[in-house]
Design a protein around this ligand. Sequence first.
Ligand SMILES: Nc1ncnc2c1ncn2[C@@H]1O[C@H](COP(=O)(O)OP(=O)(O)O)[C@@H](O)[C@H]1O
Ligand SMILES: Nc1ccn([C@H]2C[C@H](O)[C@@H](COP(=O)(O)OP(=O)(O)O)O2)c(=O)n1
Length: 320
Amino acid sequence: MGTVVDAPAVVAEEATENTLGGKKVTVVFVLGGPGSGKGTQCANIVEHFGFTHLSAGDLLRAEIKSGSENGTMIENMIKEGKIVPSEVTIKLLQDAMIKNENDKFLIDGFPRNEENRAAFENVTKISPAFVLFFECSEEEMERRLLGRNQGRVDDNIETIKKRFKTFVESSLPVIEYYSSKGKVKKIDAAKPIPEVFEDVKTIFSPYAPKLLFGAPSSGDHIHIIYAYPSRSSLFSKLVGMWGRCEPVSKHSIRHASSEHTGHWSCRRAPARPPRARRLNTRSAHAHRRPEKMTAVHTLRPQELFLPVEASSWAVRSRIG
Ligand SMILES: Nc1ncnc2c1ncn2[C@@H]1O[C@H](COP(=O)(O)OP(=O)(O)O)[C@@H](O)[C@H]1O
Ligand SMILES: Nc1ccn([C@H]2C[C@H](O)[C@@H](COP(=O)(O)OP(=O)(O)O)O2)c(=O)n1
């Protein structure tokens, strides 16, 4: 286990209700020095916990590419390792959150200074559920950044040194601010990627997908009631288990706990026809079309509340 400090076992939901564009949102700020592994771990969190990853740096780089009027100013600031004015970054983050259907966001690389933090809270009225802080030595971060090979204008030794200075002078006070509010969960980010993710998983466990009920309804079908994170991650688990499978019906339902849940049936897809047969479109289509679902498991109310962690896939043995 890495050092996870100030981290209560269970994430307390914020006292304030964060709403944006009419939806209730959960925001986690992901902070750490340049190269500490924020983006790498955010990708894992997205896959396992159904968050949407918004990287402030990626949004700013996209803004440069789009040829926006602010592009040159942003590019110059990034090359100098400086922090772009808050209103620019906040607008990009806010627009991205409103446009996205999800209501759980990882905001990576923001807030990077006190001005970012205060302006975000003033403009959006959102306060983070917690702050995930990746701690890593400068030597290790420098080594990673020089090996990142993404063609970034700021991954050169001169700019890296400036970014480290900006991080210490401007970003660490933000961590201290949230630390004083008991919101910082610190991760030892110097370890190898899978080990860091083990620690991250512990922190995100309250957001783990829950398969509330899953059982075979007939030979090739599974009937599932699930809670977060998302249909797609559950679906990819099933694809992993069955090779190929496809949904045959899905409906959103609201659970008694008011957690978003979905009700989803899927079936094992027929094997892909051999190439020669696929040339005959009619027969190939007939082969691929899902058969009508014959029997759907009838759920009894108590079954709805069978808690099975999807991540452990304890249900696997019951899927036949
Ligand atoms: N725990 C780790 N150990 C070794 N290399 C890592 C680790 N985490 C990330 N990396 C690598 O370091 C580089 C920087 O990681 P990245 O996630 O882009 O950092 P950040 O988003 O914090 O700038 C990438 O090339 C990534 O593959
Ligand atoms: N809130 C933010 C986030 C990033 N930036 C700018 C300044 C940063 O040095 C660059 C790159 O940030 P990014 O988070 O992509 O990358 P690193 O964590 O530095 O590796 O973008 C900013 O000005 N304001």
